[in-house]
Design a binder for this molecule. Structure first.
Ligand code: PLP
Length: 521
């Protein structure tokens, strides 16, 4: 096998012959197969001149390192190119539609970034004296006010760092409220279509989970909830709109039944983007709900550290919300950090009071849109999902019939029956067309699920291109052109991965390669 200068094969590993000559050498090789920093760097290289340390004797009490740390040294351009090449392997919302259902991969407006970089926001430190950061407190309070307004709820905890963390926060408040009543209830109800974080959250808090079966139309039947309710049930965790992209039309009847049984209603608010400005969770009988700022309010997903998943609370649960909380009014805002301030609080969830960078971005997004713009964004998100549904419904199968959906549209794999093509194959073939696949095999209530959420960010042109591509794939799958699918992706840096093995036997530690031996000719 011929090798390039990095000692890597200069032809695809699987030996596939292709009509067009492919090059895998030179810089192209690096773009396909970027080595680790440890492989390209060298401990003797350094991008900067560091003066010799003065001999001041050790104050480390014998704990100083006895061997070099083995950090790879690179020049600035080498380091720069390494990271830019890695970034080019990523799919990103800045490159195209990112139709991952239930994730609300919307555009991250650059105005948000500009605001978050203002030194007064970017440089605040959580241990600064409160008197030196009145602006930051005001921003947190303003954002909290918008969140309460939009949800029609009494209080909001700003410290949770993500949706799943918000679930934990909300359920801890429910647990604290039950304990305050002297009740230790043992069960949480979770619909079959729920995100895995819901039962995981309940289980983490020691609750048993009872599954509510889905109705034929993909929604939850209040009678099925009533059948499971008794005085052992602490609460229900319901997603609305649910993960089938459908509004739970009996949500108020469900809330009433839950409250009548002395239980609480936790709503998974991940899909809030469908209803902002249209329906207020507080009016639906919800007691606690997290809001994923990285979904509904356009902060980056996983970008630059922890995110933010504020949790809104009803009047009934507000006293049990976590510390700290911004209290006071006008020029007199402060952080309530101690139990003396909020005696029934379940305590502290995180070290500090939340993720300032995300708060600034979310508030910038809200203020740029205004209340009419936020409502319009939700309407457009729903419109776009229905445009995708209408564009594909004759070729792909809709498990709950061809009816209006909310902000995401759910297909199943019935249209692939007897083609030999699976949902996974179909998704992999999308990668060859330059698209990030939709959410696959979730929710679990339909077979071979494909959940598509375009968001309001997409233009009609972008949606038309996406729909045309999926139509082309669906036609080829049904025409028996299985080659396009079975080996896909053909055009990505990595081909089909053994995902089970990657999950079961991850290689998490880098070990230096054996020195390359000269091949004996
Ligand atoms: C995204 C999501 C979550 C979890 O939110 P994270 O912010 O990723 O922790 C929970 N439930 C649903 C329905 C989701 O889509």
């Amino acid at each position: 096998m011929s090798m390039n200068t990095q000692g890597r094969p200069s032809a695809p590993a699987d030996g596939t012959a292709s009509a067009a000559p492919e090059t895998f050498t030179g810089n192209k090789a690096l773009m396909i197969e970027e080595p680790l920093l440890f492989e390209i760097g060298h401990v003797d290289n350094c991008g900067v001149d560091v003066p010799d340390a003065p001999d001041i004797g050790s104050r480390l009490g014998g704990l100083e390192r006895s061997e070099p740390a083995g950090l790879p040294g690179l020049s600035e351009p080498e380091a720069m190119r390494h990271y830019v090449r890695l970034s080019q392997k990523n799919y990103a919302i800045d490159l195209g539609i990112y139709p991952l259902g239930s994730c609300t991969m919307k555009h991250n407006p650059r105005l948000n970034e500009k605001m978050a970089r203002l030194p007064g926001f970017a440089d605040v430190h959580p241990l600064q004296p409160q008197s030196s950061v009145p602006g930051a407190l005001e921003l947190i309070d303003t954002l909290a006010g918008w969140l309460k307004e939009m949800t029609g709820m009494a209080a909001v905890a700003m410290s949770p760092k993500a949706g799943a963390h918000g679930e934990l926060c909300g359920m801890m408040a429910i647990k604290a409220a039950l304990e305050a009543r002297g009740e230790a209830r043992s069960t949480v109800l979770v619909p079959a279509s729920a995100h895995g974080t819901n039962p995981a959250t309940a289980a983490l808090l020691g609750y048993g989970v009872k599954e509510i079966p889905a109705r034929d139309d993909g929604t939850v039947d209040p009678q099925a909830v009533a059948d499971l309710l008794d005085d052992t049930v602490a609460g229900i965790m319901l997603t609305n709109p649910n993960t089938c992209g459908l509004f739970e039309r009996d949500v108020i009847a469900i809330a009433d039944a839950v409250h009548k049984a002395g239980a609480y209603f936790y709503c998974d608010g991940a899909n809030f983007n469908a209803i902002v400005g249209k329906a207020r969770p507080g009016d639906l009988g919800i007691d606690a709900m997290h809001i994923n700022l990285h979904k509904t309010f356009s902060t980056p997903h996983g970008g630059g550290g922890p995110g933010a998943g504020p949790v809104v609370f009803s009047q009934a649960l507000a006293p049990f919300a976590p510390l700290p909380e911004v209290v006071g009014e006008g020029d007199d805002l402060r952080l309530a950090e101690h139990r003396a301030d909020l005696p029934q609080s379940f305590g502290r969830l995180t070290a500090f009071h939340g993720q300032m960078g995300m708060f600034v971005r979310a508030l910038a997004y809200m203020m740029a849109h205004g209340s009419d713009g936020l409502r319009r964004a939700s309407e457009d998100a729903v419109l776009n999902a229905n445009y995708v549904r209408a564009g594909l419904s004759d070729l792909m199968s809709l498990p709950f019939g061809d009816r209006v959906c909310m902000h995401e549209v759910l297909f199943d794999d019935a249209f692939l029956k007897d083609t030999g093509v699976t949902t996974l194959d179909f998704a992999k073939a999308m990668i060859d067309e330059g698209y990030h696949p939709m959410t696959m095999y979730f929710p679990l209530v339909v077979h071979g699920a494909m959940l598509i959420e375009p968001t309001e960010s997409e233009s009609k042109a972008s949606l038309d291109l996406f729909i045309a591509t999926l139509r082309d794939l669906a036609i080829d799958a049904r025409a028996g052109k299985t080659d396009r699918f079975s080996g896909a992706p053909y055009h990505s840096p990595r081909r089909r991965l053994d995902e089970t093995r990657a999950a079961r036997q991850p290689r998490l530690v880098w070990t230096p390669a054996e020195p390359v031996k000269e091949a004996a000719e």
